[in-house]
Write a protein that binds this ligand. Structure first.
Ligand SMILES: *[C@@H]1O[C@H](CO)[C@@H](O)[C@H](O)[C@H]1NC(C)=O
Ligand SMILES: *[C@@H]1O[C@H](CO)[C@@H](O)[C@H](O)[C@H]1NC(C)=O
Length: 248
């Protein structure tokens, strides 16, 4: 019975019973026929960021500042000459400063691309690492601070339409996230069982070779962002009919 008492469950219940929502009041829809549709999307999208980041239970949108991610896994190469790194209980700060740069909206082709810039992302977490990073052995467990600057993100996605109760909803099929960073800073505490000398040498090494190390870390971080985009879009699009998102 408790299950039915939670707001999410009640919302889910109404949703499944055919309830539909409008866009949240802080996201202004754009007109499909607008000759400057892409500019409209960027303007309204950018305006929504400060509201969005606090989360919105009504749309089942989680809080984004800080964003909680249970686990980021980096796995490179084989067990003998590879790197196994897990960042656990991650708190990710910086999404609130996201700049929406450009949108490329192709509604007839059911394809959309969005470009974002984030000046700085700070990932504070517990970590466990074991293996080799750029041929040096590394092992440890403790607190990590991984800070990425000047992120450039392009998110592309496709969808099909799905009819529910006479309304058309976007059902996302494929998506892709491209991502590039400026500098990356690493601070892994308690490396090598707390050996100060080895630990600070390794941190210096990571920071001097940030470009190559980020290449190893990049896919995991990219995947995490991609999952977040997908979650947000899916949750909104599952509840808000297409005609409420892009007005005719
Ligand atoms: C994390 O690292 C960045 C870059 O070195 C630093 O500016 C920031 O203060 C650190 N954050 C914490 C909580 O230590
Ligand atoms: C969306 O499409 C997928 C795959 O075609 C399908 O399994 C799913 O039931 C559809 N609807 C929703 C609401 O996800």
């Amino acid at each position: 019975m408790y299950f039915f008492a939670t707001p999410t469950a009640i919302l889910l219940f109404f949703f499944q019973a055919g309830w539909t929502l409008k866009l949240p009041s802080y996201i202004k829809p754009c007109k499909m026929s607008d000759p400057k549709l892409d500019e409209c999307v960027v303007k309204h999208g950018l305006a929504a960021v400060p509201k969005f980041i606090n989360g919105d239970p009504k749309y089942r949108v989680p809080r984004l500042e800080p964003l909680d991610i249970t686990e980021l896994k980096v796995r490179q190469g084989t067990k003998q000459v590879g790197l196994n790194m897990i960042l656990k209980n991650c708190k990710i700060y910086g999404i609130k400063s996201t700049k929406f740069i450009e949108a490329r909206t192709n509604l007839p082709g059911k394809h959309i691309e969005w470009d974002f810039k984030i000046p700085r992302i700070e990932i504070l977490s517990d970590y466990e690492v074991d293996g080799q990073v750029l041929i040096l052995p590394i092992t440890g467990k403790g607190k990590a601070n991984v800070t990425l600057t000047n992120l450039e993100i392009t998110y592309k996605y496709d969808w099909v339409y799905e009819n529910k109760n006479g309304k058309s909803f976007m059902n996302f099929t494929s998506s892709e996230l491209l991502f590039d960073t400026g500098r990356t800073y690493f601070d892994l505490q308690n490396l090598f069982n707390g050996d100060k000398f080895l630990g600070s040498n390794m941190n210096r090494f990571l920071n001097e070779n940030w470009k190559d190390v980020t290449k190893e870390l990049g896919p995991a971080v990219g995947q995490a962002f991609s999952d977040v985009f997908r979650l947000l879009l899916t949750r909104i699009a599952a509840q808000v009919p297409f005609e409420e998102i892009y007005l005719s």
